[in-house]
Design a protein around this ligand. Structure first.
Ligand code: GRF
Length: 220
């Protein structure tokens, strides 16, 4: 059993994002209205021009642009990333539409303290290359009746760590990738802050692959 010590200090979140940043925004909004006792202390982005940058700026969240492709090797990239995370005293990481794999040495620094959100019910429709509209297109092509949202712990495989929260979303006959994404996004925006709250308040423990939520914290 992996025991997750409750955070000894308030949750200082590093949000990693590559795109629009609506999940980062939802997390920040949940903090503002008292649903999540945390602070978004840093946004790590790999793509200049990503929508998340403007959103972070508007909320005065520091943004650091780090593109792994610009480093001579992974060691140099990891060193920089760790330096930035330490400088901002990040004690928890939320991947929110981050399209780069987080290096193993960085994952190892956040045991039980790094979450990802995926727009489907894992382990279906996950893995390398399964992001954004690729997920929704695969869901439609397969013909499943239900898809949904998964928040899970990050390990060293894409979309693989223990599941924290899941919520199903129906697939309707007339759906397109866009209409599905539009139905899934509001669920993501509710579920991600909720999952983070469980970790901010010490409401979970991990037994093997199972994340056990303290009954008093159970809302799903
Ligand atoms: C979300 O659908 C999330 O599940 C996936 O990437 C998307 C990010 O959306 N990992 P946004 O940038 O937060 O709007």
């Amino acid at each position: 059993m992996m025991v997750i010590e409750p955070l000894s200090e308030p949750m200082r979140l590093g949000v990693f994002a590559s795109g629009n940043g609506s999940n980062m925004e939802a997390i920040a909004a949940a903090i503002d209205d008292g649903r999540l006792p945390a602070q978004v202390a840093l946004c790590i982005c790999n793509r200049p021009g990503a929508g998340v940058i403007g959103r972070a700026d508007a909320r005065k969240i520091p943004v650091v642009l780090l593109d792994p492709g610009t480093y001579a090797d992974e060691r140099a990239y990891v060193a920089d990333l760790v330096r930035v995370l330490d400088a901002h005293r990040i004690n928890f990481v939320a991947l929110a539409g981050y399209l780069k794999k987080v290096p193993v040495d960085v994952v190892a620094r956040f045991p039980g303290r790094m979450l990802n959100i995926h727009p489907a019910l894992l382990p279906a429709f996950g893995g390398k290359g399964m992001y954004g509209r690729h997920v929704h297109e695969a869901v439609l092509e397969y013909g499943v009746r239900w898809t949904g949202v998964t928040v899970h712990l990050v390990d060293n495989e894409y979309d693989h760590g223990p599941v924290v929260l899941q919520e199903p979303v129906p697939v309707l006959p007339e759906d397109t990738a866009e209409s599905l994404a539009a139905r899934i996004h509001p669920v993501e925006h509710r579920l991600y802050p909720e999952a983070l709250r469980l970790f901010a308040t010490g409401g979970v423990r991990i037994e093997g692959r199972r994340v056990v939520i303290r009954p008093s914290e159970q809302t799903h």
